[in-house]
Design a protein around this ligand. Structure first.
Ligand SMILES: NC(=O)c1ccc[n+]([C@@H]2O[C@H](COP(=O)([O-])OP(=O)(O)OC[C@H]3O[C@@H](n4cnc5c(N)ncnc54)[C@H](OP(=O)(O)O)[C@@H]3O)[C@@H](O)[C@H]2O)c1
Length: 271
């Protein structure tokens, strides 16, 4: 019997991961369970130690601990080391190794729709953990240039410097057409209810050369990224494919089993 879990704040209790991984374990006939744990910041160290003590087979980490939990790990994958954030922990022989499958999930999702970023220019909106994973993987896939734009100029500059990308301001982007091949939304907002201000700003964007808008969020009834893309005849993709791809990669790290992306997408649509 294997036990998997997700650690985070109260958002861990709303995560789709327990239902998703439980369904996959059941479909594969693996005896196991996956549980969410809400952890207070002052207890993070003890919670991480519990993974070792309780022989947890694998864990996910979600907001706000993707970066802070790193100091409690024994090892990091190369990508996670560069990104500076993890979402997956493999527990083996009492040792905890951290991985970032957000980045590889973006790579897989782009590949699924046949979008090759090599030599292209990309624009990533946001400066959080998902944005860092996106910039890392776009660089790794040999994008010609990655522009970064967040609402905090200081965070945008810091991120651009760290990932050898170009910082842009919201003002620059809304005043003139901007030539990029792909835009990735890595902010937490996609619907006008979440941010009327962001919705108004996105409506002003003019992306004449853009061929794909990838929103890492999903499940919004009304999505201003999608509306902007459709108005300019740009292909739109929400974050469900990325979620399925990263979950699939996480599952493979934990179990060594390669489940098809379609299986993960199918379960995600049902839960
Ligand atoms: N599909 C997937 O598999 C997948 C994977 C990872 C993440 N995600 C989604 O991607 C989003 C970002 O995740 P994360 O881990 O990067 O979270 P995070 O570290 O909390 O970063 C959130 C980012 O959104 C920005 N933001 C929040 N509210 C905003 C607003 N009203 N206007 C403009 N910017 C705003 C934040 O800016 P400040 O820093 O200035 O606050 C920050 O840059 C989340 O919604 C998450 O669910 C999806």
């Amino acid at each position: 019997m294997k036990v998997y879990c997700i650690l985070g704040d109260e958002r861990a209790l709303r995560s789709k991961s327990p239902a998703l991984f439980s369904a996959i374990l059941k479909r594969l006939g693996i005896r196991g369970s996956y549980v969410p744990f809400m952890v207070a910041p002052e207890n993070l160290g003890q919670a991480m130690q519990s993974l070792r003590v309780l022989n947890i087979a694998g864990a996910n980490v979600t907001v706000p601990y993707k970066e802070t939990c790193i100091s409690c790990l024994d090892a990091l994958s190369e990508g996670a080391e560069i990104i500076g954030a993890i979402n997956t922990i493999v527990c083996k022989d009492g040792q905890l190794k951290g991985y970032n499958t957000n980045a590889i999930g973006i790579m897989d999702a782009l590949s699924t729709v046949g979008f090759n970023v090599e030599g292209t220019s990309a624009l990533v909106i946001g400066t959080g953990g998902a944005a860092k994973a996106a910039v890392f993987i776009l660089n790794w896939l040999r994008t010609h240039v990655v522009y970064v734009c967040g609402r905090s100029p200081a965070k945008t500059l810091e991120m651009a410097k760290r990932f050898h990308s170009e910082a842009l301001s919201f003002e620059t982007l809304s005043t003139a057409p901007f030539p990029v091949d792909i835009l990735v939304n890595a902010t937490a907002v996609s619907s006008p209810d979440e941010s009327p201000k962001m919705a108004a700003w996105v409506q002003q964007l003019k992306l004449p050369d853009c061929r794909l808008v990838l929103d890492l969020n999903y499940g919004r009834q009304k999505n201003f990224w999608q509306e902007m893309a459709e108005a300019q005849h740009i292909r739109f993709m929400d974050g469900l494919g990325v979620l399925a791809a990263q979950a699939r990669r996480t599952f493979a790290l934990w179990t060594g089993i390669q489940v098809s992306p379609e299986e993960f997408v199918g379960v995600l649509r049902e839960i």
